[in-house]
Design a protein around this ligand. Sequence first.
Ligand SMILES: [Zn+2]
Ligand SMILES: [Zn+2]
Length: 398
Amino acid sequence: MTDPAPAVTTANADWSGVKTSPDMPVPDQMRAWVLGEPEELTLQDKPVPAPGKAEALVRIDAVAICATDLEILTYGTPALIEGGPPFNKGFTPGHEYMGTIAALGPGVDEFEIGDRVTVEIHAGCGQCKRCRMGMYTSCHNYGLNYGDQDKGHRANGFTTDGGFAEYAVNNINTMIKVPDTMSDEEATLVVTAGTSMYGLTELGGLVAGESVVVIGPGPIGLLAVAVAKALGASPVILVGTRENRNAIGKQLGADYTINPKDEDPVARVKELTGKGADYVVDCAGNETTVNQSVHMTNRGGRICLAAFPKTAVAFDLGALAVNNIYLYGIRGEGRSATHRAMAFMAEKRFDARLVHTHTFPMEDLNTALRYAKDRVDDAIKVVVSMRQNSKAAEQAAE
Ligand SMILES: [Zn+2]
Ligand SMILES: [Zn+2]
C-alpha cells in the first residue's frame, strides 16, 4: 500500500518553530485516503503536514461522513483545489473530524499538545469583507491558497487536505476542546449541530417561543430540531417520510412529526401553528419541499435553505414576495456557531449520539461511504474511527 507519494498541493513542509512532545511523537509519513478519478479513493502514504503560524497539527481520531463528501467524490464541487476540480491532485477529503493535538505551530499557546479537539471546517482568509463579518464560510477568497493566488484560505476537506487521514492541520480558530465526558463519535457531530445553529440564530435571528419546522430528517435536519428545541423554539415540527428518523426527531425534541405520505404538511403546520411557521428549515431543497416551505411560512417569517440542489428549482415566488417572507441560504458553520453548539452538547442539552448509527475502521472507508450513500441498515451518520472502539467491535461480533 505504498504507492509513490502523491503531489501534495496544500501541505506545508516547514517544521521550523513547530513545538512537539515526546509524549506524542509525530511520524514523517502518514496514511491518507487520496482522491484520484471521481469515486476513486486509495489509501496512500503522504508526508505529515507541518502546522504554520496560528495552526496546530491534529492527530485524527474519528471522522464522520457527510453528504457533501459524497458530492465531492462524484462531482468535485464544492471542493476546489488549485482553482479547479479536486481530482488527481493528491487531495484528501473528509471534513467532520475530531482528534488530539500533536504539534503546535510557531507562537501557538491557545492549546496544548494532548488536548482533544473537534473542528469546524472553514478558516476563511481572514481579510475579505465576509471574513471580517464572521461569515468565513462565505469567504470571497474561497479556494485561493496556492501560488500567486495565495490568500491563506483554508476549508479542510474542501480546499485543503481534510480528515480521511491520520493527521491534518487546523487553524486555532477552527478547534474546540472536547470534554472528557464526550466520546470521539459524538464530538464529530458538533460541527453538524453548529451548522444548524448558524442557520437558526446568526443567520436567522431565532428567539425563544417562535415556531420552527424542519423538512428532511438527515443529520443537519435532525440536529436543527435538537438545536431549535434547546433554544426554546415552540413548537418544533419535523417533516419526514422515514418513520424511524421521525422517531429520532421526537427524541431530539420535535413536538410533532408530520409524514407527507399520510397528511398534507402545509395544512398540518397551519393547524399546529395557527398562521404558519415563523421559521422553516428546508434540508431537502426540491420543488416539492421549497413550495411547501413557502406555503407553510407565516407572513414575515423566514425560510432557511440548507440543501444544495444541483438543478434549478421552480417555486412560488409571488407567494414569497406578497407575504414578506425572507429566504436565505446557508453554507457551513460561520460566526463560531460550532463553539456554541459544543456548549449545548457539553451540557447534554440534547443527545446528538442518536443520529450516529455506524462506525467503521479507517481501512474500511469505502464501505463506510457506501453505508452513508445507500443508507444501508438505516444509516444516518456514519463515523470512521482511527481507534477501534466498542461500537465497531459490536458490529464485528454480529
Ligand atoms: Zn459536512
Ligand atoms: Zn475571506
